[in-house]
Ligand binder design. Structure first.
Ligand code: NAD
Ligand code: DAU
Length: 339
């Protein structure tokens, strides 16, 4: 089989590339990635050494380029990770989120229709469900929870999901969708909470916590997300949505304190800053469907996953230090200076 992985030079996409190459060495993996600020070819260095891997630089919203690639490769499965993924950037400038996340998805599905495909898989997010109140720990997102988005990012991801379901119903495109909670692990870009905290704490810099740090996220080690998607693309039912999460809820403050303990750094580095506009309060996934239908369960406990993640950032300093040296400096200044 030949699998197209879009966005494979980013955080989850690259972890998925390595997961596929390891678990299914008989398959070929082609990665299409625009190499935006979040894409990093250094991440795919080891994959490039393998014969059954090909990297192609390109934009999923570039119809001519995408159609040319589909004509060349005759894909069996497409897994679409490519996206603008950071909520704060979507608040600063929503336009590119609509282009990549919605129109890019449409272009990929049009190519699937034109050239035929065994499966189109859309990597979505729990953020399409909006948020849950902090004082109702009994509530969880199921696949039936209505779409109710908060940020331009989540609105663009929800729009793409609706388009995917429309292509299934109208054109009989064989699609699946997964909606996962917050991931963490190796190759996570340091604009996101956990790698931002690790990289800044290692440099003894202040750690910006939005509001009071009481918002809750449901954390999943990235390899567990990869194993779930792998099951869904091979055994999941066409036309279905599967939630992915491991019942691992933590307040942001708990997460930051866990990381600091692992790094042996003082809590005095924590600084409370102005809250994110429209900040979702709590995410919490009910993963019953994927467990009952496909037998999926997460393998990594939060404390082990955080330890492995911290070890990875310690062992791979050049990977993130190179990022911090570039445009990231301006990004941090722009986003945090006046907070
Ligand atoms: P990321 O920002 O780390 O990586 C995105 C990748 O997509 C980058 O390599 C970038 O270069 C590429 N890309 C961006 N625009 C592109 C375009 N127009 N054409 C081709 N490539 C393009 O993102 P991530 O955190 O790895 O997220 C991957 C996917 O998973 C996204 O669809 C996101 O919505 C979803 N998701 C993320 C999380 C999470 O916690 N990070 C959780 C659930 C779902
Ligand atoms: O739930 C899945 C989503 O998780 C994905 O769809 C998104 O692509 C991914 O970026 C992530 O979104 P969040 O907004 O939850 O992740 P982020 O790491 O940006 O923030 C996590 C929490 O930490 C959130 O409540 C905001 C807070 N935060 C974040 C940053 C960057 C801080 O307090 N300080 C910060 O500096």
């Amino acid at each position: 089989m030949t699998i197209l992985v879009t966005g494979g030079a980013g955080f989850i996409g690259s972890n998925f590339v390595y997961y596929q190459l390891k678990q299914h060495p008989e398959d070929r993996v082609v990665c299409l990635d625009k190499l935006t600020y979040a894409g990093n070819l250094a991440t795919l260095e080891d994959a490039m050494k393998q014969k059954n891997f090909r990297f192609v630089k390109g934009d999923i919203a570039d119809r001519a380029r995408v159609f040319e690639l589909f004509r060349e490769e005759k894909f069996d499965i497409v897994v679409n990770f490519a996206a603008e993924s950071h909520v704060d950037r979507s608040i600063e400038d929503p336009g590119i989120f609509l282009t990549t996340n919605i129109l890019g998805t449409q272009v990929l599905m049009d190519a699937c229709r034109a050239f035929g495909i065994g499966r189109y898989h859309q990597v979505s997010t729990d953020e399409v469900y909006g948020d849950l109140p902090l004082d109702r720990p009994d509530l969880f997102f199921t696949e039936e929870t209505p779409i109710h988005t908060s940020s331009p990012y989540s609105a663009s991801k929800a729009s793409a999901d609706l388009l995917v379901l429309a292509y299934h119903r109208t054109f009989k495109l064989p699609v699946t969708i997964t909606r996962c909670s917050n991931n963490y692990g190796p190759y996570h870009f340091p604009e996101k909470l956990i790698p931002l905290i690790i990289s800044r704490a290692l440099n003894d810099e202040t750690l910006p916590v939005y509001g009071k740090g009481e918002n809750v996220r449901d954390w999943l080690y990235v390899e567990d997300h990869c194993s779930a998607i792998d099951l869904v693309i091979r055994k999941g039912r066409v036309g279905e949505i599967y939630n992915i999460g491991g019942h691992n809820e933590r307040t942001n403050l708990q997460v930051v304190k866990t990381v600091l303990k692992e790094l042996n750094k003082p809590e005095s580095l924590i600084t409370y800053v102005t809250d994110r506009p429209g900040h979702d309060q709590r995410y919490a996934i009910d993963p019953t469907k994927i467990h009952n239908e496909l037998g999926w369960l997460p393998a990594t406990k939060f404390d082990d996953g955080i330890r492995r993640t911290v070890e990875w950032y310690l062992a791979n300093r050049p990977w993130w230090e190179n990022i911090l040296k570039g445009d990231y400096q301006h990004y941090y200044e722009r986003m945090y200076a006046k907070r």
